[in-house]
Design a protein around this ligand. Sequence first.
Ligand code: ARG
Length: 420
Amino acid sequence: MAETVILAYSGGLDTSVAIRWLQETYGLEVITLTIDIGNERDIDAIAAKALRIGAKKALTVDARRDFLDYFVWPALQANALYEGEYPLATALARPLIAKLLVDVARQEGATTVAHGCTGKGNDQVRFDVSIMALAPELKIIAPVREWKMTRDAEIEFAAQHNIPVAATIASPYSTDVNLWGRSIECGILEDPWAAPPRDVWEWTVMPDPPLAPTEVSITFDQGVPVALDGETLGPVELVQRLNQLAGEQGVGRIDHVENRLVGIKSREVYEAPAGMTLIAAHRALESLTLSRDQVRVKEMLAGEYARLIYNGLWYSALHADLMGFMRSSQRYVSGEVRVLLAQGHCTIVGRRSPHSLYQHALATYDRGDTFNHDAALGFIALWGLPVRTQAQVQLLPGHDGSVLPDLAATPRSIAPAPVE
Ligand code: ARG
């Protein structure tokens, strides 16, 4: 009996051709798996297409909620931005898709899984490493990486095999979309000096003339957003609404020359209106509810966390360890943040929490100040003691001209006004 492969199927040219190619090249029975992670497609029509092309079975899963709960929220809790810029929409979806491929392969008794990645990107690494970690016994085939057909050859193959090719004029861009963002590359974007043309943007508009600013309040419960303007919403609806609200104010555009894991620099633009707004709001709430040391260590680890996600190591022991820290850090990150969305900017204008560490009586310069000013003197004496000691014995920056010249070498003197 022929072995079965589970193919992650998007309905596009590559994975459509892959159905027949896997049958012909490897003699495999093909079951397709199409996953909804908020990429705005007609999933049922895609499954029907897979069956028409020759898949034995076409499965679909709505994984939008799981995507947010298990992949996006941990990244948000960590404020994960790859190289300080990219909120990782594509990268976060890969370990989810890998997990679903593995689960379905086990249910269907398949020996092999397949995905449509090329041999140049990060995504092949993320899929392959995730699948290896979850199910080392499964074989992995990446047809596009293997077949080395040009686009024309693929269209030719499709014609010969009665595979329907979308009649629409092919977009010059390669895009990947889910609830957490849109990723757009190729075409003119491959010139890092070329400004992104208008047609790359689909979720964001820069309103001209400007719209009146939108203010929205976001409620978090232990680092997870749960309500907008006081209205409790499920995760999918909350992200969709925020993508809309922030997107129509032009918030969440990112233009990034990034370092791919495979060693290439690539220029990609992103739209992540909800993502960028939520990360800004979440950080604002952390600034109120975490200690200085928690914020500092968390910031150090956020970069590591983002890199790990980007580099395909979701299913690693290091992730479990980092996740433990991140999760624990969120115990008191509950409260509300006011965000102003206007003209491409998301500005935090207020925050409050029942667990706030902000003490008005300590902070105020007005009446009611309870801060012990005298204690500051003793504190400074001890804080500065090592510097004072060292300055008495060694040359430090500013002691000679080597680091800092003498700034007051020729002081100007201003004569006192004559007394009448
Ligand atoms: N550079 C992003 C990443 O590696 C997105 C990759 C997919 N982008 C695309 N336009 N198909 O996570």
